[in-house]
Design a protein around this ligand. Sequence first.
Ligand code: ACO
Length: 380
Amino acid sequence: MTTTTTNVVPGLSGVPVAESKICFIDGERGVLEYRGFPIEVLAEKSTYEETSFLLLKGRLPTRPELEAHVTDLTHHRRLKYRIVDLIKCLPDSGHPMGALQAAVAAMGMFYPVHDVHDAKTNALHAIRLVAKLPTIVAAYHRLRNGDEAIVPRDDLSHAANFVYMLTEKEPEPHVARVMDVALLLHAEHSFNASTFASRVTGSTLADPYSVITSAIGALRGPLHGGANEEVVGFLRELGSVDNVRPRLAAMIRTKQRIMGFGHRIYKVKDPRANILQALARRLCETHRSRLYDIAVETETVVREQLSAKGIYPNVDFYSGIVYEMMGIPTDLFTPLFAIARVSGWLAHWFEQLEANRIFRPDQEYKGSHNLSYTPIERRA
Ligand code: ACO
């Protein structure tokens, strides 16, 4: 067991590491704002494209600015054929987050960055990343199933085009809007692990492709973005509302973690979970699925037993159901998170560069000193 001194803060809990104007969270009241705009307002009135402008530029666009932003994002959707060839060489059995990470790292070789302080080229790299991530994820999914990658369409929104590239079908407007809202809700969330990873890498003045590669790696873990994949598997495994209470009682008794619950910052229900829950309910009604009822019973039991510890649903609890009902394969849930969050990561990269100092924390050294070197033949 490791002992910690009072100076060490495991997980940097409660330690501010930068000043930021991008995202505000009040974890006690369940408030989330992007650049000062409440998430509920954005989810109702905005689009992913507009929200990405807001995050990247710090304010809402005028109509001509939004049109130019949408045109830029549309124009940069296509992948170089060599990147598609690289994706073809990846194993079908791999996780799509690995394919995304590999393709983004490769982008750094195709689009070399000469000066990370050049605002104009930085803006272009950001557009390229936001635009191409959906194409990479869809291409890997198609290719691993033996299908051709689908060329993006210029006449569809960011969200609708992603669904189209996955399924070869233009989604119904209401499905496209659900995807749009889901992307918008995942676009930013202050100093979570993946954003911090992006800022740490950015602080070394590394190129944005390395920054985003780092962030994708951090997002993949089951304690972060990977949780939504596990939630749906768990709900499916529960199978019926009647199984929820006994199964959760056993898990809580043995101190197992329930995926999709708990958050470092929120001590009440994550406001994004409220919005996603409403979407999940409507979709489950349409598809006559029991998953929603099982999820609600799970939330009820967890609230009864763990709310005293501040354990409530986080964003990952209902998002998986929404994606499941849209027919998205489970292992694409976390890549979808990355497709959305790339706007937030890049906003933090810009902010980091504005007042950069390389991240280099300290440690409490607990190891040995000045040991005598025993020749290898005399070591036990
Ligand atoms: N289920 C059951 N108990 C939990 C859960 C959970 N999901 N989360 C925390 N707890 C309990 C812990 O066992 C601990 O209890 P104890 O004090 O009796 O030992 C207490 O709550 C505090 O837990 P910590 O691990 O200290 O909380 P931390 O802030 O470090 O972790 C985290 C936050 C990683 C999100 C945690 O709640 C968790 O593992 N949740 C499940 C995974 C998950 O859903 N991740 C997605 C988060 S949202 C996102 O990243 C997009």
